[in-house]
Structures are given as C-alpha cells and as structure tokens.
Design a protein around this ligand. Sequence first.
Ligand code: G3D
Ligand code: MG
Length: 177
Amino acid sequence: MSLEYRFKIVMLGDGAVGKTALTVRFTEDHFDSDYKRTIGSDFAVKRLQVADRDSNVTIQVWDLAGQPRFEIVRQSFYRGSRGGLLLFDVTRRRTFINLDRWRDEAFDSIGQPVPVVIVANKVDLVDSRVVSIEEGQQYAEEHGYFYVESSALTGQNVEEAYVALCRTMIDRSKAKS
Ligand code: G3D
Ligand code: MG
C-alpha cells in the first residue's frame, strides 16, 4: 500500500526567473512563451509518484504574479504551504542575490521554516550564464537545501525539482508524526 500525501507548495523568486514556465512545464508538460496566466495568485494541481518513498503525492503548486502588493493576498498565498521551490535565473546575478529575501519572506509568512529546493533555471542559455553551478551548489549546501539545475524550455530536471521537494516534505512529515 502506497502512502498518500497532499502538499501545498509555493513558487518563490524574482520576476521573470521562470516560476510560471516551470509550473506550466511540470503540470501541463509544455513550454508556452505566450501564456498570460500569472494574473493574481493561482494554483495548479498535479499527482505524482515518489517511488523511493512508496508514496503518491497530490501537489498544489501556487504561483503568484510579480510582487504581491497587498498583505492579505500574500498571506493567502503563503498560508499552509509545506514547502517551496526557490528559483533564480542563471543569466541574472541579481536574482541569485535575492534568494535570501524570498526565503525569509516565505518563512515569516508561513510562520516557520519549511523544506526548500533551490532551482537554478534557464541553464539552456549557456552563453549568457553568469552564476556558476559551483556558486549555486555552495549556496544550497550552506543552507542545507537540495539543488537542481533546470530548464523550463527543454524540460531538463523540471520534474526532478518537484520530486526532490516532495521527498523532503514526506521525510519531514514522517519525522513529525
Ligand atoms: P516568472 O513567472 O518567474 O515571472 P516566467 O517567469 O515563467 O513568466 O518566465 C519569464 C521569461 O523567461 C519568459 O520569457 C519565459 O519564456 C522565459 N523562460 C522561463 N524559463 C526559461 C528557461 O528555462 N529557459 C529559457 N531560455 N527561457 C525561460 P518571455 O520572453 O515570454 O517573457
Ligand atoms: Mg509568473
């Protein structure tokens, strides 16, 4: 018998790092540069198997448009989240530097630290890359987070990012019960 889990997770990171593209790739398996779906907060649902935990997970992925302006919107966005994907764009250093801010805001709003996976997105843009894999890995290691290099464009490591987060959330949930 497989275990069943339901988790709400949030997509975190600066504008245009690929939060919506990654979510669409994961939940609908395509890359569409014309979508205009991050109007207000919205979520997508996907079921996945985490074989090495003998578990099925229904994951609710919350993706918020840009900078939420109102406290009330932010609170409902973060409320009840069990984990987050913390994204940066490997072609823009500023988005890497801002990771701490997004992590802090999320933990403050949720009320406690939750599992996080660092996602270095747009690795297909090899020639314009400015943040190295070593820097990304070092940041993740310092904070004890799992690290994934992804491309929403090619699909590389997209599912892996969500599965890695699910694994951590499952382990945390088991440790607590
Ligand atoms: P956001 O939701 O974090 O704000 P989006 O970011 O998902 O809207 O993505 C911002 C832009 O980056 C989009 O381009 C999108 O197509 C592009 N993008 C997202 N992920 C990748 C990726 O892995 N590789 C490449 N090459 N581009 C990516 P546009 O031009 O539509 O604004
Ligand atoms: Mg978006």
